[in-house]
Design a protein around this ligand. Structure first.
Ligand SMILES: Cc1cc2nc3c(=O)[nH]c(=O)nc-3n(C[C@H](O)[C@H](O)[C@H](O)COP(=O)(O)O)c2cc1C
Length: 221
């Protein structure tokens, strides 16, 4: 498949057919994804391949309270789980907001769920002393996660990088026996998408690129 096509059509797939995603195909996908970059080429990724129904149910259950807050904040026109603007939604409202099925059910319906982890002992977090949430360490794992989706696309499969369950990381570590210094970066349902999107809604270049300074003229002009 052409790179250009893959970049323009790899979407967040959440609805899957009943087709299996065999181990051999998954191996091929991971075997391509492993060429992702990471800080210092330390390749701190680990992937747990989850097919077991009970484990998926546990992951979906861990996602549910996090998804409730996400939905409640969306209803309140907030940016969900945002670290700059704290939520004004109270606990009771969150509690009575249903978790949207699209945020939990893909974990049950996908052919396979990958829990993508990163070993924090090999990550360079150059932003660790700044007074904001860390973004740099994520850059040593999310290119790999994205490569999984690109490689899956080339095989006719798809999935989603999901992070809601990460809010409950200690419980995932306990569930799967993940050591404390290993972070869960994504829980990725993968399968054969019911529909292949061909047009993704994304901003045009001049809306996010400027010349020379933050408030410089839009690029390319
Ligand atoms: C870092 C990150 C976290 C995400 N977390 C979730 C999630 O927890 N649940 C979910 O359903 N989608 C999640 N997504 C998928 C995004 O919603 C999706 O990429 C975006 O809406 C674009 O979708 P599209 O490619 O289908 O247009 C996440 C994506 C990224 C990159």
């Amino acid at each position: 498949m052409e790179l250009q096509d893959a970049l323009g059509t790899t979407f967040a797939a959440r609805d899957f057919t009943n087709d299996p995603l065999p181990d051999e195909t998954l191996f091929k996908i991971l075997d391509r994804a492993r060429f992702a970059p990471s800080g210092g080429n330390r390749q701190g990724w680990r992937v747990i391949v989850v097919r077991d129904r009970q484990t998926r149910e546990a992951l979906a259950a861990l996602t549910t309270p996090v998804a409730k807050r996400y939905a409640a904040q969306q209803e309140a026109r907030e940016s969900p789980w945002n670290p700059i603007d704290p939520t004004s939604v109270d606990a009771a409202t969150i509690e009575r907001t249903p978790a949207p099925a699209r945020l939990t059910e893909p974990l049950l319906r996908a052919a396979v769920v990958l829990v993508v982890c990163v070993d924090l002992k090999v990550v360079a977090a150059t932003d660790q002393y700044l007074s904001r949430v860390g973004v740099v360490p994520g850059a040593s794992i999310y290119p790999f996660a994205w490569n999984i989706l690109l490689a899956a696309r080339a095989e006719g499969f798809g999935g989603t990088i999901t992070t809601l369950a990460v809010a409950q990381e200690p419980k995932i570590q306990e569930l799967l026996g993940i050591p404390g210094h290993v972070a869960v970066s994504a829980v990725m349902p993968l399968g054969r998408p019911v529909k292949q999107l061909t047009r993704l809604r994304r901003k045009a270049v001049p809306e996010f690129a400027t010349r020379e300074r933050w408030n410089g003229p839009p690029f390319p002009g």
